[in-house]
Design a protein around this ligand. Sequence first.
Ligand code: NAD
Length: 255
Amino acid sequence: MNLSGQSALVTGGASGLGLATASALVARGAQVVLVDLPGSGGAEAAGGLGGNAAFAPADILDEAAFGKALDAAQARGALRAVVHCAGRGGDRLRIIDKEGNPGDFESFTEVVRVNLFGTYNVLRLSAARIAGNEPLDGDRGAIVLTSSIAAFDGQMGQTAYTASKAAVHGITLVAARDLASRQIRVNTIAPGTFDTAMLARLRTDLREALAAAVPHPRRLGSPDDYAHMAVALLENPYVNGETVRLDGAIRMPPR
Ligand SMILES: NC(=O)c1ccc[n+]([C@@H]2O[C@H](COP(=O)([O-])OP(=O)(O)OC[C@H]3O[C@@H](n4cnc5c(N)ncnc54)[C@H](O)[C@@H]3O)[C@@H](O)[C@H]2O)c1
């Protein structure tokens, strides 16, 4: 699908993987709406991408606010592409802590709420809009979701994050099958260790150890590596229902 002149929406667009993807889509000639939380700096991020980008503040779990973001995207052209990057890390909590107390249930539910319920909300509301398009190059549109290698190699303390991201991987094929009759493709990227605000929370020595653990290339992933794959999944007409690990061949150890 040729994205030039088409409308695209990127969640989590104020930062990291989402911002790099929005930038790549603008470079492809698309009109891009960045969706992120109201206090996220999304307006400045969109401003930095020029006149073909705009910011729509919305919590992805808020149907009315996300609906307005979809309206903004459709006002700029037929909405053909949605890349869903909004999400949060987990709290690194063991099932039982050192004192023998059970893990925090609220933390678990919050991570699943943002990463899984948020993904389903973006998927269902976006697909309903894209379904109204006339087909272009065989597709009415395409959607890219974001899982994590933690879906496959979850480490100690990652039950919540792994549960949420494994579920995103799990619904990818179902979504592709559900939306096949509407000619909407759905694929997922499972990033490895990427150099974004999410990893900036870690100590420098831990970040360096993560980079050194990547077989090749021996570095953290760059947001542009993610954007490159997201655009490829949107453009390639035959890739559907697939989760792509994007990780330099790293496999995470237990801790
Ligand atoms: N960075 C990594 O190493 C890595 C690895 C695997 C998976 N991921 C996943 O990639 C995605 C993007 O991560 P990133 O590294 O770019 O992080 P990031 O923190 O730079 O960006 C995430 C963005 O999502 C936004 N966001 C969070 N909750 C939201 C909500 N409810 N509604 C709207 N926006 C919301 C944040 O404001 C932020 O701008 C996440 O889903 C993350 O789990 C990242």
